[in-house]
Write a protein that binds this ligand. Structure first.
Ligand SMILES: [Zn+2]
Length: 388
């Protein structure tokens, strides 16, 4: 090998190593850029606020997407098991995202836009089947959660039934800090148009499913889609199937027509896992007064989110303001936490900062029993009634 050739070979080799390193760190870099907090921990909060936020239940977070080991405390993102345990949390709903259109925005996204989850699946080296298939992506994310539960020595506790929820509380009552994990599908494009997929996803542990995420699907229109239609004929059969199997229906991201169609047909209470209210933040993803009234009639559970496009603010007080308004129209007993932690959003704090929200809720005039109801009791009662 001549000196020149050796030089070129060394340069090429270096380039390859650098490219491989960049590739390996890309998901982490992406997450560090997307899942930020306004204020980093630790958070100074009153002891009473910490006490009120004990046993908290959160209706939606997306940490499964970024490939982190959730059993390890991370300086990235907003939620993992050690931080949930530090917060005294009892249950976290983990979302599985299978499609995210490039140029993602709240008003109009095409179903065939280039998909960011495809890119993430490739750089994160998801199994080959999940490179293309949205159903395989959902099953892979479910398997990742399962694998972490198995490694956690019972600290991350799967919640697939009422019996498992009761077992979790039995353990926590004896001093355990185990945290329940309930799996949710964010967008039914993962069905790939086939209702039989619901059975496979149920068997993989999914107990909550949303008809859409950012784009219209075979099941229904999205609030951020193009046609923004209601339930399709397949969507009506989807709803019946979910009710039969006692899978909770999640209307976060659904178009107004879809919300109306589901509430007209539903025989069981629904969830809106992470949302805001138009009255404090006029966004296409947020609920109108009429929708809040219809959700109250349905017996729904509504989780208020923490990020700025849901609450039009960047602090705990903005979350509390949305909760105050929602409670007045909807009734406190229908209200819950719906952080959207690690959903490519900035939040005021990570999960260990939850007591700051208790302080903001008190400042908005909520009583201590009301704060406990929002943080924990409402969602636990709802899940105990709705889980199979
Ligand atoms: Zn979402």
């Amino acid at each position: 090998m001549s000196a020149a050739v050796r030089k070129i070979a060394v340069a090429l080799g270096t380039l390859l190593v650098l490219a491989a390193l960049a590739f390996a760190f890309l998901p982490a870099l992406l997450e560090a850029a997307l899942n930020r907090v306004g204020q980093r921990p630790p958070y100074a909060a009153q002891p009473w606020a910490r006490e009120l936020m004990k046993d908290s239940v959160d209706l939606h977070a997306d940490p499964l997407l970024w490939g982190r080991d959730l059993l390890q405390r991370s300086s990235r993102g907003q939620v993992d098991l050690p931080r949930l345990q530090e917060a005294g949390a009892a249950l976290q709903v983990f979302g599985a995202v299978t499609q995210a259109p490039s140029g993602m925005n709240v008003s109009r996204n095409k179903s065939d836009a280039a998909d960011l989850v495809t890119a993430l699946a490739l750089v994160s080296r998801w199994p080959r089947g999940a490179w293309k298939s949205r159903r395989e992506r959902a099953l892979y994310l479910a398997q990742r959660l399962r694998e972490m539960e198995e490694r956690s020595n019972g600290q991350l506790f799967p919640i697939r039934s009422r019996a498992e929820l009761l077992a979790l509380f039995d353990q926590r009552g004896k001093g355990s800090h185990a945290v329940g994990a309930l799996l949710a599908l964010e967008g039914s494009q993962a069905l790939e148009g086939d209702l039989a997929a619901v059975d496979a996803l149920y068997d993989a542990g999914f107990r909550m499913m949303a008809p859409t995420h950012f784009t219209d699907t075979e099941v229904s229109g999205s609030a951020h889609g193009v046609a923004k239609g209601g339930l399709t004929p397949l969507g009506r059969r989807w709803l019946r199937k979910l009710e039969e199997k006692k899978i909770m229906v999640d209307l976060a991201h659904a178009s107004p027509q879809t919300v109306a169609d589901v509430l007209a047909l539903a025989t069981r209470p629904v969830v809106v896992s992470h949302t805001g209210v138009k009255a404090t933040c006029d966004s296409p993803r947020n609920l109108s007064d009429a929708q809040l009234a219809a959700l109250k009639k349905n017996g729904a559970l509504v989780g208020i989110s923490y990020f700025s496009s849901a609450i039009c603010g960047t602090d705990a007080r903005a979350i509390a303001r949305a909760m105050r308004y929602a409670a007045d129209v909807l009734g406190v007993k229908h209200l819950a936490l719906g952080s959207d932690f690690d959903g490519a959003v900035q939040t005021p704090f990570d999960v260990t900062g939850l007591p700051l929200l208790a302080e903001a809720l008190r400042a908005e005039g909520f009583s201590d029993p009301d704060i406990r109801a929002i943080a924990s009791r409402n969602a636990l009662r709802f899940f105990a009634a709705q889980l199979p």
